[in-house]
Design a protein around this ligand. Structure first.
Ligand code: GSH
Length: 228
């Protein structure tokens, strides 16, 4: 019997039943996944995990993600944690065009480069500053804000370079754009302004114009509170 050599030939175009998304609504890590599920037009249901009540540290949730963090998904028994890992899974499994995560070596590496930025400079900079402000944590956010500003300066330069493309790695969006979007769009809630970065704001608008885009809930915190 001849078998297709590409494993994706066996992948279903759609989940057999709705993907379960364990989430916290104000988490940008979770919004990445909800955005991706919508962009791919996949059926899903949300299960809210009450972080404030410590539900994420209870045995029932630790059985799903031993790290005790959201997001996690259960796709018909495939249980995965970590937002970027989930983005890789959804794109690889359900995007037959391989547009959201190209398999070409250079294109795939370019996407991975920004997933690393999302898990590093973005998570520990603007996202961390936002968490501190939104959840009223008594921590010094100075270094987080500086890291957020430096990252935005670098992304602005990336998006305005002579060879720049409309999305961060290509002419069409990839999971790199999804991974970066949520916490950059909500950076002002952590007192990191987007005003000095017109190319970043134009890129955010391009993501928001994608079919089936869903926003993350905004809070009246940080610069949003000042503006209100
Ligand atoms: N690397 C993880 C980080 C996820 C993460 O930090 N989740 C936060 C919410 S935004 C969380 O669950 N925090 C609770 C905790 O760590 O106890 C990912 O990308 O999913």
């Amino acid at each position: 019997m001849t078998r297709p050599t590409d494993v994706h030939a066996y992948a279903p175009a759609r989940p057999a039943r709705p993907v379960k998304l364990y989430r916290f609504a104000l988490s940008g890590h979770c919004h990445r996944i909800e955005l991706m599920l919508n962009l791919l037009d996949l059926p899903y249901e949300t299960i809210d995990v009450d972080l404030a009540a410590g539900e994420n540290k209870q045995p029932a949730y630790l059985a799903i993600n031993p790290f005790g963090q959201v997001p996690a998904i259960d796709d018909d028994g495939v249980i995965l944690a970590d937002s970027n890992a989930i983005l890789v899974y959804l794109a690889t499994r359900y995007d037959a065009q391989q547009a959201w995560l190209p398999h070409d070596a250079v294109a795939a590496a370019r996407v991975q480069r920004w997933l690393s930025v999302a898990a590093g400079d973005l998570a520990f900079g603007a996202a961390a500053a936002r968490v501190a402000v939104v959840f009223n944590r008594s921590v010094d956010t100075t270094a987080m804000i500086e890291r957020g500003v430096l990252l935005l300066t670098r992304i602005e330069a990336h998006l305005t370079a002579p060879n720049a493309s409309p999305f961060v790695t290509a002419a069409t969006p990839t999971i790199a754009d999804v991974a970066l979007y949520s916490y950059l769009a909500h950076a002002p809630e952590g007192n990191v302004s987007l005003q000095p970065y017109p190319a970043v704001r134009a890129w955010l608008a391009r993501v928001e114009a994608l079919p089936r885009f869903v926003p993350m809930p905004s809070t009246a915190c940080g610069l949003n509170a000042v503006a209100a």
